[in-house]
Design a protein around this ligand. Structure first.
Ligand code: HEM
Length: 498
């Protein structure tokens, strides 16, 4: 019997599907056997564990809290669409986790596992991540020098996005925050006027979603097919072509000036693009390479997406507690980086808002060798480990009345325990995991906190803010195991009355 075209395609699909099922089963079976000593949340058997996978997709926080309470801070494992994941939330283990060297526990492998970074972003950024050093050092060092530009862009963007009316106006919070922060961050990433170019900003905003969507598609296929499907289900080439159209003339001019004058030339822009161009850690072929530099610019936009979610959570808490506007306004303001550092109540308010409604799990890493934690828990090579940040941030022993929003929680800690610096929002600790932990804690955190404080201070000093009908914080959006702030809620603004 001759097979017609559709039947052949159907047969191919069935074979591919069966192969996928078998490979997933074997992989999951082997890993499950090796992790048998670590307790499981939900159903432990191969087939029934998929019930927990579906529950996890709808309710990741519920699953993590169940594991944390049931196993009293000991590590536990959860089944996810992407395989088994071991979650640790205990302070001592988190401390050990952050101290393990990269040869034992690899964050890079974690990024690859979770985002399929080589296909969705670029393998070159993983091989030589010199941009991380540029964020950690040049960006952080230049905050005072770039602060006036950041403040200028924030005030202009707020003016364009939030009407300054005497009557209340309703605004889609998430949408305007995305626009304001994309524009303000890009003032420091690439400078004016590109930071206000609509096509460039649309691309920068869309890239983060593109990466996450593409990674999700790749999760559906066995690893062996990734080199093929990675080309099909990835929009990185399209995004790269589009961003290069904007960056090419800027890069050409800067390279020309560099060749003429060397590293320093008159009117040289002081921005992330210049710092990338100047960094000595780029390999020879990367230096002045349009595609490589453009990809690192796209990545910087991707890395700063957390800023949007964090600020949305903060704004919702403010709008749900308008009585805090006045005490926050009383704090002494000034538009410099140093003045920002002194706003302790605002820092405490922002940190508390992020603690209460922020992230669920963070800092995925993959073990490269077999090793043990000090409590005796052994972890075989190839295990995905992550921090149960939500559970730590809601632990009653660390944060008494943890379900209550206490805006001065960290201000009081500063007063009680002295160590002012330790309780700042940008300072990671085993009980403060918003920015991750250890060597791989977010290198952009000082810039992020400065930008968020400036934006919040500017809003507070110019607007009254509340939720419609005096409502509370809108429920978070949970999608496929990720928890994000509500993306459709509206917040009300009017010109400040008092
Ligand atoms: C409130 C805003 C931000 C939060 C909450 C945040 C959080 C994090 C976290 C938790 C990580 C660790 C890896 C992970 O689990 O995903 C991370 C890594 C990173 N972040 Fe941020 N981030 C923020 C803003 C920024 C900004 C503004 C930049 C740069 C412009 C940035 C650049 C990076 C980079 C380059 C890494 C990778 C570090 C590495 O792999 O060693 N982040 N961030």
């Amino acid at each position: 019997m001759a097979w017609d075209e559709p039947s052949r395609f159907l047969l191919l699909c069935c074979v591919a599907f069966t192969l996928f099922g078998v490979s997933q089963f074997v992989k999951s079976y082997n890993l499950r056997a090796k992790l048998a000593h670590i307790p499981t949340v939900g159903h432990p058997d191969w087939l029934s564990s998929y019930l927990t996978v579906f529950r996890y997709m709808r309710d990741p926080i519920g699953i993590c809290q169940e594991g944390y309470t049931k196993f009293q801070g000991r590590p536990y494992k959860i089944p996810t669409m992407n395989g088994w994941q071991v979650v640790i939330s205990d302070n001592t283990m988190i401390d050990e986790f952050r101290k393990f060297p990269d040869e034992m526990l690899s964050i890079r492998e974690g990024v690859e596992h979770f985002l399929h970074f080589s296909y969705t972003v670029s393998p070159d950024l993983l091989r030589n991540p010199y941009h991380i050093g540029v964020v950690r050092n040049a960006l952080t060092r230049n905050i005072p020098a770039c602060y006036a530009d950041l403040y200028d862009e924030i005030t202009m963007a707020v003016k364009d996005q939030i009407p300054l009316e005497t009557d209340w106006v309703e605004v889609y919070a998430f949408r305007i925050i995305v626009d304001i922060l994309a524009r303000s961050s890009n003032r420091i990433l690439v400078g004016y006027p590109l930071c206000r170019n609509t096509d460039y900003l649309d691309l920068a905003k869309a890239f983060a979603n593109t990466v996450i969507k593409n990674a999700r598609s790749l999760h559906m296929f066995p690893e062996i097919l990734h080199p093929i499907v990675g080309q099909i289900f990835s929009a990185r080439r399209r995004s790269l072509r589009r961003i290069m159209k904007h960056l090419k003339p800027i890069l050409e001019e800067r390279i020309q000036m560099h060749n003429k004058y060397g590293k320093d030339w008159p009117e040289k822009p002081n921005d992330y693009l210049s710092w990338l161009l100047d960094d000595p850690h780029a390999q020879d072929w990367q230096r002045f390479s349009m595609p490589d530099l453009s990809m690192r610019m796209l990545h910087a936009n991707f890395a700063s997406i957390h800023t949007t979610s964090t600020f949305t959570h903060i704004l919702y808490q403010l709008a749900a507690h308008p009585d805090l506007l006045q005490p926050l306004r009383v704090e002494k303001y000034g538009w410099t980086k140093v003045a920002m550092k002194e706003m302790h109540f605002m820092d405490s308010f922002m940190k508390e808002a992020s603690r209460l409604t922020g992230i669920s799990l963070s800092l995925l890493a993959v073990s490269c060798t077999n090793f043990s934690f000090s409590d005796g828990t052994t972890v075989p090579a190839g295990t995905v480990i992550c921090l149960g940040s939500f559970s730590t941030h809601h632990d009653e022993e660390i944060y008494p009345s943890s379900e209550k929003f206490e805006p001065s929680r960290f201000l009081d800690k500063r007063a009680r325990e002295g160590e002012g610096h330790r309780h700042g929002m940008a300072v990671p600790a085993t009980d403060w995991l918003l920015f991750g932990s250890g060597r791989h804690a977010c290198p952009g955190r000082f810039f992020a906190v400065t930008a968020l404080k400036t934006l919040l201070a500017h809003i507070i000093l110019n607007y009254d803010v509340k939720m419609k009908d005096d409502g509370g914080v809108p429920p978070s959006t949970v999608f496929a195991g990720n928890v994000a702030p509500n993306v459709t809620a509206k917040v009300m603004f009017r010109k400040r009355e008092m």
